[in-house]
Design a protein. Sequence first.
Lengths: 506, 194
Amino acid sequence: MTSPDGNLLQGAPFQDSPYLPSRNASSYNPLHTFDLPKGTEKHYGQQYADMYFLRLAQLKEAIKRQAEEAWKDFELAGEKATMVDRVLDVRQGDLCWIIGTVYMEMALKPNVLDDIAKEHWIAAPPVRQTYMSSSGQDEMMLEDESGRLRITGESLNSHYVTGCVLAALGTEQADGCFQVIATQYADLPRQPQRWERDDSALAVLGKKNKPVTPKRGSAGKLAIVSGLEITGTDDDDLALDLLVQFLTGELGAHPEQSRSGKITRLIIAGNSLSSSSPILSREDFVNSKRDKGGKQQFGYHTSSYNASPAERLDALLTDILPSLPITLIPGASDPANVALPQQALHPALFPQSRQYANPPVKSNESREGLDSVTNPWEGDIDGWRLLGTGGQTVDDLLKYVDEVEEMDVLEMMLRWRSIAPTAPDTLWCYPFQDDDPLILRDCPHIYFAGNQSKFERRVIQGPADQKVLLLSIPKFRETKTLVVVDMETLEVETVEIGVVQPPTPE
Amino acid sequence: MPPKRRSSGIAPKSGQSTLAFHGASNKVTKPGTRAQNTKKNIVADPVAESPKADVVEIDATVGSEPTTTEASLLDQTEKEIVAQQAASTPEEDEARRITDARINKYWTAKEKARKAPRVHQNGLSLHEKILQEWDMSGQYGPCTGIARLKRWKRAQRLGLTPPIEVLAVLLKEQDSENDSLSVQRSLVDELLNY
């Protein structure tokens, strides 16, 4: 009964100290590629033509090299293909290739006339699921500084969207249309080695001595979740509580705890709140007017603001943050700006969890704790380069094409080197003038898009032996699934948090 | 019970000064923002107007404050000038060494490349002609919404090899203290975004 040294708190009936798995730190080095200048330093006086010019100018060289390699031996009816500089300089009957930006002329694309119709209180047409018109009136054109050229051909096969930069080989026909035989895109850019940025930073620091790569332990796992869509009401409580308990290790026994103990970082990839605006949208305004019997509410009433979704999200983050650092990416329904790149969610939304983050005055990143980042986002976690979006780019692109998988969309966006090809055509975007950060410069190791309909993974190869893991993260609210990536082996597993109803007694 | 209110109505004199919502020292509106030739002003005492007119800034002749496009162009030009003062790039050094004779040679070469002479350019100086040609060269990007110097720098950064004589002209114009907005803003931009 008594223990050897007289300590009453040891020995039977007290068990040995409970199993306490510990969590390693995650090596985190974010990039600020998509940060916009604040306040009045942002200018909106420029037009989007600058963005298309930048896109073409920055990708032209790479595409030229790829196309020359692909088509230098191409011969059709004894004629060799030559490059033509300007799109409008193609001559009828000559076999040639041109480089330009694709523009899809589609009748069902959102039109500024719809906004004018809404102004006059005619009901706006409903949001379209797809821009493709059924009658086949959609046209595809190639555009550069000189003008636009209509293109046709079976190899195009409606898999290209506005904004991707291509080289097209073909010839001009009698009706002015350019018949395309083959196309070539820029393909994946150079992929940095694992730990490349951290090692080069160390090499700069330690100039005098030989750069010694530090011994790095084996990396943990990365958990990615998206589409929490917190409404503040009770219906999401159970799943969210179970998620928090899983991540903090309170759920289950030894095996589950050790599994969740390996997770070293959480990324929340968009749509954490289900509706961002406390100000009523036009439809709700009309409905409220009808329901309240004609009493109009103009503008924004403080009494009508519902703070409970943001409070619930804050409470959720505060529960997870003490033991797990979080990277928070805004999504389409979050209270961040509408135009891409969405800037970081403001710390004013998180009065409790912002204690775990660096104040924006001091630093624009928080390596441990809560890092509120932009959408899209690029950064290094455990040496691997990650690129992630909240899913708006993928959803918008799917409206242009037919019967295309989300994985195909992710792959094509990387191969076109364009993170948001449909911006600024149908996806709202900041008018970049100097430098378009939505062009892919370094190939990531992991590319994920949040708020998709189902979980999928794929690994793609590039021409210079690049390997990219593509992940489509499903909406948590619908599928209750969390994606866990092992950062050492890049293996992916999912954790599904289910609620099992006990069978009702008959 | 609520505290008893003083019913006498005489407020006690306290030592604090009171706020004044009137008077010249508290005037909120800028002088000179209203048009000077409204009927009221003509009827009013012209002598009383002149001390106010002295307060008016020189910009009243131009009109109101710069528009947003002009403001962004001015902002861009200022940034470029600041960057130049900080460190001058090799292109700028080379551009400052270019002589007027070389600029003339560049321009005559451009004119010889055309079959017919340019029209509607009688009143323009050589510098203005060169800068308008620079605006209309589409391979360096759109010329609206961007200052000419910034457009040159952007084209240089993207590897499009813009002609160095244009940079020389821009730097000469900048140093000669003409109105910087009219030099940096292309004519097309002025027509489109008036």
